[in-house]
Design a protein around this ligand. Sequence first.
Ligand SMILES: [Zn+2]
Length: 151
Amino acid sequence: MKTSIGIQTKKPEKACADKKCPYHSNLSVRGMMFTGTVVSAKRHNTVTVEWARRAQLPKFERYEKRKTKISVHNPECIAAKEGDMVRIMNCKPLSKTKNFVVIENLGHVFGYQDRMEALAASKVKERSKKEEQEKSAQPVKDEKDQEKEEQ
Ligand SMILES: [Zn+2]
């Protein structure tokens, strides 16, 4: 195990045999470092990390919120789960879509599960509203058609 990866982080307690681990293999990290939330951990040794950023709109002299969402390698010794806050850092390309690696797990985001459930519920509501509108719109069309037919 390396004594350090070059930046101050909490080292993972477990050891691992991951060839793409910044702590237990010779993978070096360099470049940009970000902190984000794990929104998916379904893939093998890969997590999807998302974080919000600000983008300037010069015309309106204001900012808008945008999100960055990327695939990140999740070493076996760190094993971040969905809803975890993680620190990630740039490294050499590990696959077609991965050139970042998780270097530290900062713990679970408070209320992540509740937020995701609320989001899913609001989507269901929107869908049912649309269906209701479609249902209420259809009979009106039918009546008009019938009137046309009668004429
Ligand atoms: Zn490791």
